[in-house]
Design a protein around this ligand. Structure first.
Ligand code: X8Z
Ligand code: ZN
Length: 621
């Protein structure tokens, strides 16, 4: 499996993610148009070509998805070889169609056809050049990287531990020595990936250049209905909206960690030690809620405990997630979902546990693949994954190249948007808490802190991952500098440092799924902004007047209908059209997330008063 954790089967196999730049943009950003023949073939010819391309890609997708699924749910030499083989064929097909499309001058085509042509060209996540053997070598590497990550273990205290087990220690241990050992231990899986990764970057960049892009990062950034540099400017703008909130959260968390661990482990100033933040990659800090919790009253229950006490098992968690969607008016998942999904880690098999949602036939065969455990985090993840599946189902009648998210951030945001409606009131409605446990208004700060530890802490992490990768793909960062550049970005954006010096052969980016898995990461940054925009718009549609974090759209069919109208569009229109269909605005904007956390911001500022926030100054020795 190459890339998608999420999108349609075609994105999974052939990497035709959302793109669709308008005509003008294409000319600016891709020399492809300039190379097009002067004698433009007719529109009829272009239509015939596109019909054939969509049909061939659809057939390939159906075939490849099954092979990738077989590999992800049972990693063996055999399934790896089969995945590598079909991966190479799929890449060759998509590259050859993209090249063939160059004979059509996009400017001569009607909008719809032009949109599809751009999707054919820009949508290949890891392209190969047409050189003999390149697609095969690339596919062998990507399959191998995936398998190395999926099967990685670290022997701790005499036991071979998987990522789930190591992650649990990072989340629950408060012993800094143990945290450091486990954090460093997981990163022993990735040095073996580095040479292959560097070779992959080389081949994929040749592939991007052959398709007419300056480099692969620019090709990735061409998937947002605007020029790559405009999209980068959008990202900067969004970050500047939310950065002040992150800075306050960082400052506040650092003070609490200092109180917990003392100056020797976590100084009062400077960056935070990455292994103390309750998550293997410091991307979600809710694991240390108990360490950093506010001194104001908080909820009296703990969702994980409640799920356990109420006898939830993984299936019941997924059923509960499905019930949220059906409460909005969506049809239930098909029987095959329950028969074919991998909901828990199977005994006696190596699998890729990183959660993902699949659409195997681009019609009804949707599935999830998770190693679900009964806890709050996986309850959220279940909603996240189901969001992908319900989106896939909603756009299944679109043409093949439009069976995708409006952009990849939309795909990631659907389930999380639903997750924002898992409020105390909703927990009461489904019987997880009772009336007397409903947190009063003075628990809002604590409730919001818990959510901020997930949502705000994540934002600079997401930018770190693709900030690093764009520099790698553009050639700005050479293989010898991979690890240093990674930590330079982690420090700059997140204000975190490793618990000790890193070994010379370290390849720490490889210890995060989406790097060996080649899943672009900007999508999650966009999702975390968009989901709050969706939430705010939905709550307004529902006539909600209270604070945004108390609003749940559970059971609201009118909101569901309008939401579905956006989902059904798939990728058929530029993403601002889809955004407008649901929210009434065409601009992606951070003001909804800022508004949502406003009461918390007031508290954090109060708490941080007198502190020297930020991490520019050298850490106290
Ligand atoms: O990879 C995922 C999903 C599948 S698309 C589980 N997420 C990112 C991650 O785990 O790093 C969701 C949040 C960010
Ligand atoms: Zn996802």
């Amino acid at each position: 499996m190459r890339l998608s954790l999420a999108t349609s089967a075609i994105a999974l196999t052939i990497a035709l993610a959302s793109c669709a730049a308008p005509k003008e943009t294409l000319q600016e950003t891709t020399p492809v148009a300039a190379e097009a023949t002067t004698e433009s073939p007719t529109v009829t010819e272009a239509r015939a070509f596109m019909a054939r391309a969509e049909s061939e890609l659809s057939d390939m997708s159906d075939e490849a998805s099954l092979v990738f699924w077989a590999q992800a749910t049972n990693i063996t030499d055999e399934t790896n070889a089969a995945a590598a083989e079909i991966g190479a064929r799929a890449t060759k097909l998509s590259v050859s169609l993209a090249n063939e499309s160059k004979k059509f001058n996009i400017d001569d085509l009607p909008q719809d056809l032009a949109r599809k042509m751009t999707k054919l060209r820009a949508g290949i996540t890891i392209p190969a050049p047409s050189t003999e053997g390149a697609a095969e070598e690339l596919s062998t590497i990507t399959t191998d990287l995936d398998a190395k990550y999926g099967t990685g273990t670290f022997n701790y205290k005499g036991k071979d531990m998987t990522l789930d087990e190591l992650s649990t220690i990072i989340e629950t241990s408060r012993d800094p020595e143990e945290l450091k050992a486990v954090w460093e231990g997981w990163r022993t899986v990735s040095p073996a990936m580095k040479d292959e990764y560097a070779r992959m970057v080389e081949i994929a960049n040749e592939g991007a250049v052959a398709l007419g892009y300056p480099s692969l990062d620019q090709m990735w950034l061409s998937n947002y209905d605007m020029a790559p540099e405009e999209m980068e400017a959008e990202v900067d703008r969004l970050w500047s909206q939310v950065e002040p909130l992150y800075k306050e959260l960082h400052c506040y968390a650092r003070t609490r960690l200092n109180a917990q661990y003392g100056d020797d482990v976590q100084p009062k100033t400077g960056p935070i030690r990455a292994d103390l933040l309750g998550n293997m990659w410091a991307q979600d800090w809710s694991g240390i809620y108990d360490v950093v919790k506010t001194d104001t009253p908080g909820p009296s229950y703990n969702v994980t405990q409640r799920l356990v006490e109420k006898g939830y098992d993984p299936i019941k968690m997924v059923k509960t997630g499905e019930a949220f969607f059906t409460s909005l008016g969506f049809a239930p998942l098909p029987e095959t979902f329950w028969e074919r999904s991998m909901i828990t880690r199977p005994e006696g098999k190596e699998v890729i546990c990183h959660a993902s949602a699949w659409d195997l036939d681009n019609k009804d065969d949707v599935r999830i693949k998770m190693c679900t455990e009964v806890n709050e985090e996986d309850f959220d993840t279940v909603h996240h994954e189901l969001g992908h599946n319900f989106y896939q189902r909603a756009y299944k009648d679109q043409d093949f190249l439009y069976k995708d998210g409006a952009n990849d951030g939309f795909h990631e945001a659907i389930g999380d948007f639903i997750g924002l409606s898992i409020t105390p009131e909703y927990l009461k409605q489904i019987g997880l808490i009772n009336e007397s446990e409903m947190p009063p208004a003075d628990a809002d700060t604590a409730l919001l802190l818990n959510i901020a530890l997930k949502k705000i802490a994540f934002l600079p992490f997401a930018l770190t991952v693709d900030g690093w990768r764009w520099d790698v793909l553009s050639g700005k960062t050479a293989p010898a500098d991979y690890n240093d550049a990674w930590w330079a970005k982690r420090l700059e954006m997140q204000g975190i440092v490793p618990p000790g010096p890193r070994p010379a052969d370290a390849f720490d980016p490889g210890a995060k799924y989406h790097i060996p898995g080649n899943t672009p990461y900007l999508r999650y940054f966009l999702s975390y902004i968009l989901q709050f925009q969706f939430h705010k718009a939905a709550c307004e549609q529902a006539g909600w007047e209270g604070p945004l974090h108390r609003c749940s759209i559970y059971d609201n069919k009118e909101v569901g209908e309008r939401f579905n109208a956006m989902l059904e569009m798939g990728a058929s229109k530029p993403w601002p059209d889809a955004l407008e269909a649901f929210t009434g605005t065409r601009e992606i904007d951070g003001s909804a997330i800022v508004e949502y956390f406003d009461p918390l911001m007031v508290y954090l500022k109060e708490q941080n008063e007198g502190q020297s926030c930020g991490w520019d100054e050298p850490a106290a020795e």
